[in-house]
Design a protein around this ligand. Structure first.
Ligand SMILES: C[S@@+](CC[C@H](N)C(=O)[O-])C[C@H]1O[C@@H](n2cnc3c(N)ncnc32)[C@H](O)[C@@H]1O
Length: 185
C-alpha cells in the first residue's frame, strides 16, 4: 500500500529503492536535506515504524515558511521527526551518524555537491540521491562527485534515485574520519 500511493506521489521505483535502503541499513538515524512538504519524511517514518525502528528521523529545510505545512503532514501520519529550519550547508548536525541519508535539497550542482561533501564522511551505510536524470545539478553531482568518491560504491538507480553504499573496506574510527580496515579489523 505504501508503494502504490506513497505520500508526495513518489514514483514507486524510487520509493522501493529508498525503502530497501532503510530496511537493509537496519535501525539507526535517518537524515534528509530538503523537506518541502514533509512527504519523504512521512514515507521514511512509515517504513521505519513498520520495521519497528526507533532511530530518529531528521530533516533539514532552509525555507522556514514550510514549517506549518510540514508539521501538519507529519501530524496527519503521526510521524515523529525533527526538522531543522536552516540551510544544509554548512551542515547543521555535524555529530549525527545516520545509517541512511537522502539528498534532495538544493538542486544546483554546487548545492548538491555541498550536501554530498557534508554527508559522505558521516553516513554509515547508504547515501541516496534524488533527481538523477531529471535535474542537471544533481545529475552532474552524482556522475562527477559521488561516483568519484572512493568511500562509496554506486549500487544503481531507479527512475530518479541513485543509491550509494559505503565501501566495505572503510570503517568509522572517529569524528568524520573513515579508514581502510586492517587485517585485525
Ligand atoms: C524537491 S524539494 C524536497 C522534497 C522532499 N524531499 C520530498 O520528497 O517530499 C526540495 C526542498 O529543498 C529545500 N532546499 C533548497 N536548498 C536547500 C538548502 N540549502 N538546505 C536545505 N533545504 C534546501 C527547498 O526549500 C525545498 O523545500
Amino acid at each position: 500500500m505504501i508503494l502504490e500511493r506513497s505520500p508526495g506521489g513518489r514514483m514507486p521505483a524510487d520509493a522501493c529503492f529508498l525503502q530497501a535502503c532503510i530496511m537493509e541499513a537496519g535501525d539507526g538515524e535517518y537524515v534528509e536535506t530538503g523537506v518541502y512538504g514533509g512527504d519523504s519524511l512521512v514515507f521514511v517514518g512509515l517504513v521505519k515504524r513498520f520495521l519497528g525502528h526507533t532511530g530518529k528521523i531528521y530533516g533539514i529545510e532552509k525555507d522556514a515558511s514550510r514549517k506549518k505545512k510540514i508539521e501538519s503532514t507529519l501530524a496527519l501520519y503521526n510521524i515523529n521527526a525533527e526538522v531543522i529550519y536552516k540551510s544544509s550547508f554548512p551542515f547543521p548536525l555535524p555529530d549525527l551518524r545516520p545509517v541512511v541519508a537522502y539528498i534532495d535539497g538544493d538542486h544546483t550542482f554546487e548545492g548538491a555537491s555541498a550536501d554530498w561533501r557534508s554527508l559522505s564522511p558521516i553516513t554509515q551505510r547508504f547515501l541516496v540521491c534524488h533527481d538523477y536524470h531529471i535535474n542537471p545539478g544533481p545529475t552532474k553531482m552524482i556522475d562527477e562527485v559521488a561516483k568519484a568518491d572512493p568511500a562509496w560504491r554506486y549500487v544503481g538507480c531507479s527512475r530518479f534515485t541513485a543509491v550509494f553504499e559505503r565501501s566495505d573496506d572503510t570503517v568509522y574510527v572517529g569524528r568524520a574520519i573513515w579508514t581502510t580496515k586492517t587485517e585485525d579489523g
